[in-house]
Design a protein around this ligand. Structure first.
Ligand SMILES: Cc1ncc(COP(=O)(O)O)c(C=O)c1O
Length: 448
């Protein structure tokens, strides 16, 4: 049995308000214990975690094999500076090269998703000698200066976050999103012939003022509204990058590590990018990120990039064990199968709930878009916010996002449970989710 929690919910709230700057909001839940897909709060209440601790523990909390491996490494060396040789760090890089697509065989370590995206920018600039980047309207690539500049823009972001940023950033060329549910070009997938992808080339040719070093894209756009790239999108982008000598950089900070039913989401598209950026779950629950890169782009001047605690042996050990377990247990296949199960149940819910406008499933990367009206598709922001809190009261942890992220906006609910999840847990999540949507519709007067 776990020890009694050290602080009560009230003590945590009071002390946190006095001593912490919490830049990413706060929910009324103080975690005392977590295991697998179950989280227990300091009052002893249990929750079903449908979001893998905010998509960081892809194998669920406290995986026993990761715990054992970490304890064993702690008995050897708890820390090794990047300057010195470190078996965990190097063995992980070797394993990553083995599981990454084709010729992506080198790893540049970082600490967070945002700084790894900047690492990818450095690699692209160093090789091409150019310094502009193409990014998508509703992209999210992090909170560093450069990645905030690459991320979606919204009135709430101008003041503070974006004001004056030009001084620190390379030039960005924004292109309209892929989004077959809300096409920015007002086209439909049956006849658009991937106009969103082809339009990128126009912007590269006509929108550039000095040369584009790379295109940065999330294969399943996460914070921008849980939107998967359409089939064929990356083939177009690959060809455009080849024609204009630009790096194709795929930001998989949210989508890698079996999340989408393959080790990497880009595996679905049959295209080899020049770089894949990884973070969040990469460290097996510990802080770690990286850029997986091919030989062409593996160039960096000494001291051009780097952070003191990169390639941490504890995070490297946890990450290596996580990947070994994923391969051994074929957890990508489990994510595909469980994703299908979610998909079927959510499709049934969509039939009976007018609030559900669209359901977008890629493995266990699942977005449920709430709309006030299925025809006008008016965003149901308040309803989504309400659902997140009601789900918590119902004992279910879910997420909420885009298309514009700053609270209270965001009308897309997200489910991203551990890729180890089984059918009974999927059914349990779906039952609680269905109950939550039913209650939301009653609360907001849908169908009455
Ligand atoms: C696609 C993507 N890239 C980068 C980041 C930034 O990661 P971090 O918060 O670890 O810096 C995020 C964070 O949500 C993300 O979703």
């Amino acid at each position: 049995m776990p020890d009694a929690p050290k602080l009560s919910q009230r003590e945590i709230d009071e002390l946190s308000a006095r001593f912490e700057i919490k830049p990413m909001g706060g929910e009324p839940l103080a975690v005392a214990h977590a295991e697998g897909v179950r989280v227990t709060d300091v009052n002893g209440r249990e929750y079903l975690d449908a979001i893998s601790g905010e998509w960081v523990v892809n194998l669920g909390f406290r995986n026993p094999e990761i715990t054992d491996a970490v304890i064993e490494q702690l008995g050897r060396a708890d820390w090794t500076a990047p300057l010195y040789g470190s078996s965990p760090r190097t063995l992980l890089a070797e394993k990553v090269a083995e599981v990454a697509p084709g010729g992506l065989n080198k790893l540049l370590y970082g600490l967070s998703g945002g700084d790894a995206v900047e690492g990818a920018m450095h690699l692209a600039m160093r090789t091409t000698g150019k310094d502009e980047f193409v990014c998508l309207f509703q992209a999210f690539h992090g909170r560093t200066f450069a990645t905030t500049a690459l991320s979606y823009t919204h009135p709430n972001m101008y003041e503070g976050a974006k004001k004056g940023l030009e001084r620190y950033t390379t030039r960005q060329i924004r292109v309209p999103n892929f989004n077959c549910y809300r096409c920015p070009f007002e086209r439909t997938p049956d006849s658009c012939d991937l106009f969103c992808a082809r339009f990128v080339e126009k912007m590269v040719v006509e929108g550039s003022e000095g040369g584009v070093a790379g295109i940065i894209v999330e294969p399943y756009q996460a914070n921008g509204g849980m939107v998967p790239a359409p089939d064929g999108y990356f083939q177009e982008l690959r060809a455009i990058c080849d024609r204009h000598d630009m790096a194709l950089i795929v930001d998989e900070v949210q989508t890698a590590w079996a999340r989408c039913g393959e080790m990497f989401a880009i595996d679905h598209y049959g295209v080899e990018p020049d770089m894949i950026v990884v973070g969040k779950a990469f460290g097996g629950g510990f802080s770690m990120s990286g850029v997986i890169v091919n030989d062409k782009y593996a160039n960096l001047a000494e001291w051009e990039y780097g952070f003191t605690t990169i390639g941490h042996p504890i995070a490297s050990t946890a990450s290596l064990k996580m990947i070994e377990i994923m391969e051994r247990d074929d957890l990508a296949a489990n994510a595909r199968a469980m994703g299908e199960r979610f998909g079927e149940k959510l499709a049934e819910m969509r039939e009976k709930h007018p609030l559900i406008g669209d359901v977008r499933v890629m493995g266990l990367m699942i977005g449920i878009e709430l709309v006030k009206d299925p025809v006008t598709k008016e965003h149901a922001h308040d309803e989504a916010e309400w659902c997140v809190h009601r789900a918590l009261e119902n004992g279910l942890l879910i997420g909420k996002t885009g298309p514009v992220f700053p609270p209270p906006a965001g009308n897309v609910l997200k489910l991203k449970p551990a890729v180890t999840i089984g059918a009974a847990e999927v059914d349990e999540i779906c039952a609680l989710f269905d109950q939550t949507i039913t209650e939301a519709e009653a609360h907001f007067g849908y169908g009455s």
